[in-house]
Design a protein around this ligand. Structure first.
Ligand code: HAM
Length: 424
């Protein structure tokens, strides 16, 4: 006999069970409410895109592209990848649909799964959900501040505690090459003391050394020249204004000169939002920044852009840890108990009337006994149970039982819904 395989969900990917749906729903409600208020329009893109779209935008040497993409060859020979993030697909869509002709700034938002082949560990998944906001066609630093404010406000509205915003500027093509050279020269003399990963980063993208968490590299980082001291005038004044706007809207932040982000497309402002635990450990909840060169890089016109994304599972895990509850599914108001096939038939019709009257009804159309059905009605917290047995079905009536005091009335079938509507 063939062996029966016990299937499990793929490592790093999980089912969203009914008991967790309330968290996704709550987060969706807060995010969509925020999006509507600030004038964002929703966009969805396919989960598969040309692999080149990601390597060109996020960068060949980034961890996301070099190690973490789920890439497949189609029967036609194309190389496609599951989206590891949403920004590149949205830029692709912006260009493909000529969205530059729409009134700018164009504001888009999204909510859906992403895929990264990362080492599975707590809060690091291979399928995870992101929501995010992208604004196209506006260079003013007020946009950068607003993007940060929206992500921050969402976390606040979800009642998360110990949230901190870290910001930095990584300059642009005017000043960053010079800074990279400066940093490279500084690191060259210390290369032998760098961790193994940083020796590689040093060659591939020297900025990423600043992002290293390895103990070995910390003293080297502290002494390194800082990009904020080497921004060109334009990047400097842009960043100064972003910080002034953040002060104005009272979003607390700290400057982190080592924040460089792991995706290549950023220019000027970058930021991350963390949750800090009592033991001092930090969890990244959101990240983003400005990416003024990406639309052109992917074949569009020169277009200013700025955006950010937040990880949904990380928020849920924090909501659970901080004891933040979400409202459960709405309670059953009426339970429909029936016995026999005629009663079942009449109940089915009644159920439709309840639906139209927006009364929340539960039933169990199986072969359960009346006792089992009444128990179920109790468990569901129904206020009333309708009992329709063979006799009631023949007489075209129903017994309406008040579940609190056990009082029962006999009501004509065609008056039942109206009667309950009054009682509830
Ligand atoms: P990111 O920093 O790579 O940025 O991801 C944003 C957020 O997604 C992270 O802060 C984290 O909460 C969540 N996240 C990332 N990887 C995982 C994972 N393996 N498991 C669980 N959660 C994860 C971006 O993706 C950019 N596209 C953000 C952006 C939008 N920049 C401009 N516009």
């Amino acid at each position: 006999m063939a062996k029966i395989t016990k299937f499990q969900s793929v490592s790093g990917m999980h089912d969203i069970l009914p008991e967790d749906q309330g968290y996704y729903k709550r987060i969706y409600e807060v995010v969509s409410g925020m999006a509507e208020f600030y004038g964002f329009q929703k966009i969805d893109t396919p989960i598969l895109e040309d692999t080149d779209l990601f390597s060109k935008s996020i960068g060949e040497t980034s961890d996301v592209v070099s190690k973490e993409m789920y890439t497949l060859k189609t029967k036609g020979g194309d190389s496609l990848s599951l989206r590891p993030e949403w920004t590149a697909p949205i830029v692709r869509s912006y260009i493909e649909h000529g969205m530059h002709v729409l009134p700018q700034p164009l504001k888009l938002w999204y909510f859906g799964p992403c895929y990264r082949y990362e080492r599975s560990q707590a809060d690091r998944y291979r399928q995870f959900w992101q929501f995010g906001f992208e604004i196209f066609g506006e260079s003013n630093p007020v946009i950068d501040a607003q993007i940060i404010q929206i992500q921050y406000n969402i976390l606040k509205e979800l009642k998360l505690k110990n949230i901190s915003v870290e910001v930095n500027s990584i300059g642009d093509s005017n000043c960053r090459p010079y800074y990279k050279k400066l940093l490279g020269n500084y690191l060259k003399s210390r290369e032998s003391s760098l961790c193994a990963d940083c020796k590689k980063r040093f060659k591939e993208n020297v900025l990423r050394v600043l992002d290293c968490k390895d103990e070995k590299c910390q003293p080297i980082k502290t002494e390194a020249p800082q990009i904020l001291d080497h921004l060109c005038d334009e990047c400097h004044s842009h960043f100064k204004e972003v910080l002034e706007f953040l002060d104005e809207i009272e979003v607390p932040y700290v400057l982190n000169p080592y924040l460089v982000r792991g995706l290549d497309y950023y220019t000027k402002t970058v930021f991350e939002i963390f949750q800090e635990s009592e033991d001092g450990s930090k969890k990244a909840l959101a990240g983003g920044g400005r990416y003024d060169k990406l639309v052109k890089l992917l074949g569009g016109r020169d277009t200013f852009a700025c955006g950010a994304a937040t990880g949904v599972e990380r928020i849920i895990s924090l909501m659970k840890a901080q004891g933040i509850e979400v409202s459960k599914e709405k309670e059953t108001q009426v339970f429909l108990a029936q016995l026999g096939s005629l009663a079942k038939r009449k109940s089915l019709k009644l159920l439709e009337e309840f639906r139209k009257s927006k009364i929340r009804v539960s039933e169990s159309f199986g072969r359960d006994s009346l006792k089992v059905q009444l128990n179920r009605a109790n468990k569901l917290g129904a206020k009333y149970t309708l009992i329709i047995g063979q006799k009631e079905a023949l007489e075209d009536v129903a017994i309406v039982r008040n579940m609190k005091n056990g009082k029962q009335d006999i009501i004509k079938m065609d008056k039942v819904v109206a009667d309950l509507k009054k009682k509830l």
